[in-house]
Design a protein around this ligand. Sequence first.
Ligand SMILES: [Ca+2]
Ligand SMILES: [Ca+2]
Length: 305
Amino acid sequence: MDSLAASRLLWVDPDPPSSVTQPPSRQPTAGQVAAPRERRSQAGTMEEGSYSEVPVEPPLRRWRCGRQGVKLALLGLLTAALWAGLLSLLLLWHWDTVQSLKQLEDTAAQNVSQVSKALKQQDAEFSRNLDRVVENLSNLKSLGLNERRRAFESLERLRLEVDKLWVELREANGSRCGSCPEQWVNFRRKCYYFGQGSKKWVQARNACRGLQGQLVSIHSQQEQDFLTRHVSRTGSWIGLRDLDIEGEFVWMDGNPLDYSNWGPGEPNNGGQGEDCVMMQGSGQWNDAFCYSPLDSWVCDRLATC
Ligand SMILES: [Ca+2]
Ligand SMILES: [Ca+2]
């Protein structure tokens, strides 16, 4: 009810209270507020304008409220500004982090690409070097095998020459040299073995060596006629080949090709290469593929005295 009366008094007072410009006073106590009410009841006849200076409390409250509102608004603005600054800092930090990560990712990708490229180059270089080493080893192995084969064939020719000289010496001394091992057939100074069984040229050569002989070498028409009478009708390997130099045929005994009995159109080095010679059932010769198996082969060796 005091506030209602004060509002009424404030409304009827045309002049602004002088107390507004004064510093705010302390809140009146219950006794202090009751004093005007007593004065009002006692005076009775006092003019209403005289009460307008007493209730200074509502403007003071509004002033206080306004100032608090301003403070709250400023505080809100300050808080908002702080949050905006903090958010900006977070966004800047996030953007900087993202840029750093992206830069690191790009750098890592470039490094991986460079390492991968270097590894590929090293791998290709290593493969080339390995191929060269393998090729050199293969050439060395082939060269070594060829040298070993030539040395072995030279030794065989030397042994054969020694045997020939021995036979000529014995015949000069009146001995008759025509003895052959069992299953070998004698013709003049030589013995012949007609082997049976499927063999390639190299296998036939080794089979003859195992019998202390070699694949047959033919040097005359008489020898060819003898062999034609005994040779297999399906074809047999003989000791003639051009393995080292194409077209340059060599006998197993090392003698030159002083006699030949080639079939029509032979030697033709046909197909994938024909470097080993076989005698057909007719007795004619044909160069053939060395890895083709034949069912027969012919060995020879010097007869003994
Ligand atoms: Ca050939
Ligand atoms: Ca041929």
